[in-house]
Design a binder for this molecule. Structure first.
Ligand code: FAD
Length: 448
């Protein structure tokens, strides 16, 4: 019997698949956004996909994998951009989608199984008048465990900050990969042991996060004369603490034509901003935008925006699905030579650095900004659209951008050590020795 056959026998009561179509589907994520990663990861395949529905099932998989020394790559929604969920050494893909229950909700706090999608969580919270503080633009597919293990920020970060901010994740429960797996609860700063660790440090089975009071989020698309004024509006609006907001995204004038039907609402040559604002305060937003020569070119009520998000109803997708890395997705659909970068700006002088970078590259780098709070300060990050020619040119652009005042987190590497937005002080290598003593989890992602 091969080790794989022994494993299959040990987990035979748990849903699993070995057919080529499922193996291909569940061995991929959105690494193909990167022309550098695409050829490196395209042919990687798991040998089996297992989908438990409870913690006992996860422990059974972990125990058999440890005994047989088979690699395990954990998978949530499979929406990561850096090949985080791609099995580099075959073995098992552990699909967490079966653990999707809401475990407990109280005022201002909720505990969810790791495989629950962010959209389903928000649907469950809505009757209670609560919501997740922030979610990635992949809200529909992304799981809360995958977000904690592979994501950073999203819609809501303009108010509530990022995953790395203290208090953003209150607790996680983790199953270790050992012959006798343990269930470990990490709370407070210990959460950093698994935060943005690409699933190398244990299998997250539940996540506890603070919740926010739900607002009726109305959507607005605004046009501005140029990027500078749109960016200055983004900064001022994010700093306007009196206005409740969920999303502040700003686009170079050359980006709206790449956003399909929505983009057509922006007059040619104008910069744009997409915002989600608490409906009773939409007027205050519009007054503020006028101070930057901004005008509303598309508006959707909170009721219609919620229908679009919760029920998929309406002519347009929810507007957050045009922001964050969805902007890149829309552009890529229309022009396969496009790729992107991830930039972070220090709060001091962020807008000046944005202008310097925008002026430097002409049509090669188009600025797309996401305004947010980070450790209490308002700043922006950018996911600029980059016309890809060669990898050496891409590296040159990165070096130049860093010299112009932004920090680049390289999205063209699957190696965890290169993930520049990570908290470098996180005690992850130490915890790995406890949670994954045989080094079976997501091998190849952590170097050294
Ligand atoms: P997966 O891709 O399945 O996994 C991500 C990583 O976490 C992998 O390394 C995996 O092994 C690990 N993992 C998954 N589940 C677990 C678990 N239970 N225990 C331990 N490890 C686990 N990211 C943002 O932060 N903000 C955005 O706004 C955003 N927008 C995006 C837009 C597009 C169009 C795309 C393609 C991606 C975007 N992303 C964004 C990246 C990604 O969607 C998010 O990070 C998302 O939260 C990942 O969740 P997932 O369930 O799909 O994780």
């Amino acid at each position: 019997m091969t080790r794989l056959q022994e494993f299959t026998a040990a987990i035979s009561k748990i849903d699993h698949a070995t057919d080529p179509a499922t193996l291909r589907l569940k061995s991929r994520d959105f690494f193909w956004f990167s022309p550098v990663l695409k050829p490196q990861l395209e042919d990687c395949r798991a040998e089996i996909v297992v989908r438990p529905v409870n913690v006992e099932g996860v422990m059974q998989v972990a125990s058999a994998a440890a005994r047989l020394r088979l690699p395990v790559t954990i998978r949530g929604g499979g929406t990561g951009n850096y090949g985080q969920a791609v099995p580099l050494e075959g073995g098992i893909v552990l699909d967490m989608g079966g653990l999707d229950r809401v475990l407990e909700v109280a005022p201002a706090v909720g505990t969810f199984e790791a495989g629950a999608t962010m959209l389903e969580i928000d649907k469950a919270l809505a009757p209670d008048g609560q919501e997740l503080r922030f979610y990635p633009s992949t809200r529909k597919q992304a799981t809360i465990g995958g977000f904690v293990a592979g994501g950073a920020a999203g819609a809501g970060s303009c108010t509530w900050g990022q995953l790395a901010d203290p208090g953003a994740v209150l607790a996680v429960q983790v199953v270790t990969v050992e012959e006798e797996p343990r269930l470990i609860t990490l709370e407070g700063p210990d959460v950093l042991k698994v935060l943005h660790a690409y699933g190398i440090n244990g299998i997250i089975v539940s996540v506890t996060v603070p919740l926010a009071p739900a607002h009726p989020w109305a959507e607005r698309l605004l046009a501005f004369p140029d990027l500078e004024r749109a960016a200055a509006f983004g900064q001022a609006f994010t700093e306007a603490d009196g206005i409740a907001k969920k999303l502040v995204s700003v686009f170079d004038p050359r980006i709206p034509p790449r956003l399909g039907r929505l983009g057509k609402a922006v007059p040619e040559g104008r910069a744009a901003a997409i915002v989600m604002v608490s409906e009773p305060q939409a007027r205050a937003l519009e007054d503020l935008a006028r101070g930057f020569d901004g005008e509303v070119v598309f508006a959707r009520s909170a009721a219609d925006a919620t229908r679009a998000a919760f029920e998929g109803k309406g002519a347009l997708a929810p507007l957050y699905e045009y922001t964050w890395n969805h902007t890149t997705l829309h552009a890529l659909k229309r022009d396969p030579s496009i790729t992107y970068l991830q930039l972070r700006f220090p709060p001091e002088g962020n807008l000046a650095a944005v202008s310097r970078i925008a002026a430097r590259f002409g049509d090669e780098v188009l600025m797309h900004l996401e305004f947010q709070r980070r450790f209490g300060r308002v700043t922006c990050s950018a996911l600029p659209l980059v016309t890809f020619t060669t990898e050496p040119r891409l590296r040159e652009i990165i070096t130049e951008i860093e010299a112009l005042g932004a920090q680049v987190s390289d999205p063209h590497s699957y190696v965890l050590n290169n993930a520049g937005w990570k908290r470098v002080d996180a005690p992850q290598p130490e915890f790995k020795r406890h949670a994954d003593p045989h080094a079976l989890l997501n091998p190849g992602k952590l170097v050294g």
